[in-house]
Design a protein around this ligand. Sequence first.
Ligand code: SF4
Length: 254
Amino acid sequence: MLFNKIIFGPVKSRRLGTSLGVNLLPDDSKLCNFNCIYCECGFNFTKPHSHLPKREEVKEALRAKLQEYADKNEHIDTITFAGNGEPTLHPQFAEIIDDVVELRNAICPATKISVLSNATFAHKPQIFAALHKVDNNILKLDSGIESSIKIINQPTGNFSLKDTVENLKKFRGNLVLQTLFFSGNYKGVTIDNTTDEEVSAWLKLVEDITPKSVMIYTLDRPTPAENLHKADPKRLAEIAAKVEALGIKTQING
Ligand code: SF4
């Protein structure tokens, strides 16, 4: 499933409420430095003439949509950077965040701004600063075991779990950690990030990172890899209870 506009929705998000999406990636292909086997946009592919929207295009499209909803007196819970890949890959991500904060403050000050990111560019000072400016800085960590991340998320560049965790710790709690739990088999390898071993490695990192909250969820839409299965709701509840025991608020979206 691809989003074919810069601004899409609003959609009813399980996690965020009424969410107006911002797609900073091409509208006809997917661009990400992960290639998650569960990604709702499918596996990575680019088309030869794909281009990223310009900062000005994003600003004008968002201004028009926010004004339309303000004129109708309809509330949007959050403006969410998601779309066809990793939003922080856009070279003007930081400037676009500034524009969105300005528009939100002027047109709909009660609306939150959320970013869904895989956190791999959080070490860049501009990206780090921009992520600090949003209300919901939602960063992905699908396992506490590097070999599992390499199967689940399939990072396409250099990836180090240790470095990622260090970057997440630098937010000093100003982040929401999100983890998708599931099981299955991919290319003959069994995957299950709900096992005791997986959960205990992940919990240790959650404790180190101390996010302001954790969002745990499972598969909801068709996945590009076959043979993947939703996590058992009871197991999600057990995992959530373990996070809550650390004093960290947890939201389950089964
Ligand atoms: S990080 Fe997000 S956009 Fe990228 S492959 Fe994974 S789920 Fe898809």
